[in-house]
Design a protein around this ligand. Structure first.
Ligand SMILES: NC(=O)c1ccc[n+]([C@@H]2O[C@H](COP(=O)([O-])OP(=O)(O)OC[C@H]3O[C@@H](n4cnc5c(N)ncnc54)[C@H](OP(=O)(O)O)[C@@H]3O)[C@@H](O)[C@H]2O)c1
Length: 283
């Protein structure tokens, strides 16, 4: 690799993992293009040394194209793309409107595809890398977070196909699978835990109990977003990066979940729902 700063684009850079990755990489010999939607966030990002802030909503083709043109105008090329922007739609699947499911995929999958296709020529030219911020929800589907899990499972399949197509052409695709990370995503998820929303739902009690437990855990026991930034750095710099990085306190538990029989795992999940319901009653 050359000693020139490596140019990398990070989507969803306004907060959480994206923001941590911007700061981590900008301090380590990267030229960072930070994509964000909010004007205040763009101004803040542009104050960080080695960072160029770009307006980038991943659901808006014009903004994606304008971001590519801005990078081309800088003449740096692009070595890395970190597809980080993401949202969470939750709720019992039988209560989720189809449009809400579409909105989930619009950002977490179709947005990734639109951005990746647009920047692929630059990444091919540099023989660069695409880093996908997936989730433990990309291989373990939790109840009452169905739309999000479905989008991340889809992202995993998309990334596996893409990797098998691109590796032979010199572009690596690496998946990062964070567990619970302490970011604003949990505050944003609070809107899903609305007793009124579930008042007439067959699944309301379970969904609320499980949602409250998950929220409490996410806010109090999540790893700092910098832990994910470190894995992104490895994915972009190691000569032979792994295909997947799990970033979690309990990665052994995840490995077990992948090999245990499905019916046994279902029983564990149901026990967890029962425990959440008991805690709810006791509290
Ligand atoms: N936190 C966790 O526990 C966890 C675990 C596993 C995976 N992840 C994944 O990590 C990624 C980052 O999430 P986070 O935890 O850092 O949450 P976050 O702080 O809420 O960050 C999400 C980012 O995505 C951006 N975004 C949302 N919709 C967008 C759109 N249409 N176009 C462009 N940007 C958009 C947000 O921008 P605005 O500020 O403009 O809304 C924000 O910058 C997501 O893909 C998430 O699924 C998180």
């Amino acid at each position: 690799m050359s000693h020139e700063p490596l140019p990398v684009l990070i989507t969803g850079a306004s907060s959480g993992i994206g923001r941590a990755a911007v700061e981590y990489l900008a301090a380590r010999d990267f030229q960072v293009y930070a994509g964000a939607r909010d004007r205040g966030a763009l101004e803040e990002l542009s104050q960080i040394p080695n960072v160029t802030a770009l307006r980038l909503d991943v659901t808006r083709p014009q903004e994606i194209l304008a971001a590519r043109q801005a990078i081309e105008a800088k003449g740096t090329g692009l070595f890395g793309l970190v597809n980080n922007a993401g949202i969470t739609e939750a709720g019992p699947l039988m209560d989720v409107e189809t449009d809400a499911l579409r909105a989930q995929f619009e950002v977490n999958l179709f947005g990734v595809h639109a951005v990746t296709r647009t920047f692929f020529p630059l990444l091919h030219q540099s023989q660069g890398r695409i880093v996908m911020i997936s989730s433990d929800s990309g291989f373990f589907a939790t109840p009452f977070v169905g739309p999000y899990c479905a989008s991340k499972f889809a992202l995993e399949g998309y990334s596996d196909s893409l990797r098998r197509e691109l590796t032979r052409h010199g572009v690596r695709v690496i998946l990062i699978e964070p567990g619970c990370i302490a970011t604003a995503i949990w505050d944003k998820a609070r809107r899903n835990i609305d007793p009124e929303k579930y008042a007439r739902s067959l699944f309301g009690k379970e969904a609320l109990a499980v949602g409250r437990q998950a929220l409490a855990k996410g806010q109090s026991a999540g790893l700092p977003p910098r832990a994910v930034a470190e894995s992104i750095h490895l994915a972009l710099t190691l000569a032979k990066p792994k295909l997947r990085y799990i970033v979690a306190k309990n990665s052994l538990e995840y490995k077990l979940l992948k090999i245990l029989p499905g019916s046994y795992v279902d029983r564990l999940v149901h026990k967890k729902i029962d425990r959440a319901l008991s805690l709810e009653k006791a509290g």
